[in-house]
Design a protein around this ligand. Structure first.
Ligand SMILES: [Fe+2]
Ligand SMILES: [Fe+2]
Length: 313
């Protein structure tokens, strides 16, 4: 193992590229084991855990209408993860490329990480195809992924790495907090969240290495600037989530034929905007492991994120 790897290992609580590679090789699942053939979405069940969907707060909707909205949110989940994974993949390849020689475990762990994200993109697409065939109403989603990816990748790589780290921890929370104990969910969608969680666990640890490598040798001001850019990326994602909430409202009205009063629409948008914020921003921002990485970069960085986090919870 190289000296650089050893140094990184000390900071990441004994974790190493070698351990990450071994763990992902053990987990490594195939798309065919999760979806296809008789493995189909069951549209009589909700797809998303209520802690993320927050449809029950909309008590003016019937149980059937709440389930329909839950499924629309499930479709958006597939699309939004499709979008974020599409900027994670090129980012990782760019990060791995300048050091293809040297630490063999590093190269293999990062390429494995990238390969898994490519597989996740594929998995989310397969789920979307099934959703489109079974749901019966067209649901608009934000995009295109390339344009969103370009806008995110235009930022400082350290800001992008922090955004990605937040996404990895958020995925851990989605499964652990909401899915593991919820027996009512569609088993196929639950399996998607579970299998994603299994591979993202290694990504989260590897992304700590990426953050540390990109922060190395930077002055306090340079780190502060990168953290501000991370906040800017968050605001950009937040704008996307507001747009997605409007799309979800329109899809809901089309799918159910329900007419909402002005105050019901307002309540719908307020609750669902906040639910989206928690799902895609707050659940990662407030994750103790994400905060620990910020703290190790710069205590003020953790404070900065702590300050704005309640807006996304
Ligand atoms: Fe992923
Ligand atoms: Fe990931």
């Amino acid at each position: 193992m190289s000296t650089a790897s050893e140094m990184v290992m000390m900071k990441n609580q004994g974790y190493s590229y070698q351990a990450a590679l071994a763990a992902s090789q053990k987990v490594n699942w195939r798309i065919e084991d999760i979806i296809g053939g008789d493995k189909r979405l069951d549209f009589s069940k909700p797809f998303m855990p209520e802690s993320l969907a927050r449809v029950e707060l909309l008590d003016f909707l019937s149980a059937d209408e709440q389930r329909t909205l839950n499924q629309i949110r499930g479709n958006a989940y597939l699309c939004i993860f499709g979008v974020v994974e599409e900027f994670i993949l090129p980012f990782l390849m760019d990060h791995a490329r300048p050091q293809l020689r040297g630490d063999d475990y590093r190269v293999r762990a990062l390429l494995q990480f990238a390969g898994e994200e490519a597989k996740h993109i594929h998995l989310f697409k397969r789920f979307r195809e099934q959703f489109d065939n079974g749901f019966g109403t067209n649901c608009a989603v934000i995009g295109p992924p390339e344009a969103i990816g370009r806008a995110v990748l235009a930022h400082d790589p350290l800001a992008v790495a922090l955004t990605i780290l937040q996404i990895e921890w958020m995925t851990q929370r989605h499964y652990l907090d909401g899915v593991k104990d919820d027996q009512e969910l569609d088993p196929l969608f639950k399996s998607l969240l579970k299998h994603h969680w299994m591979e993202e666990a290694q990504h989260a640890r590897l992304d700590v290495f990426v953050v540390e490598a990109l922060a190395e040798g930077r002055s306090r001001q340079e780190i502060e600037k990168a953290v501000e850019e991370y906040v800017e990326i968050g605001a950009f994602i937040d704008d996307g989530l507001k747009a997605q909430t409007q799309f979800d409202l329109e899809a809901f009205v089309r799918a159910t034929g329900r007419t909402l009063t002005e105050s019901e629409r307002e309540r719908f948008v307020a609750v669902q905007t906040q639910a989206n914020r928690w799902t895609y921003l707050g659940s990662g921002m407030t994750h103790p492991n994400f905060q620990a990485t910020l703290e190790s970069l710069l205590p003020e960085a953790r404070e900065r994120v702590k300050q704005i986090a309640p807006l996304f919870c």
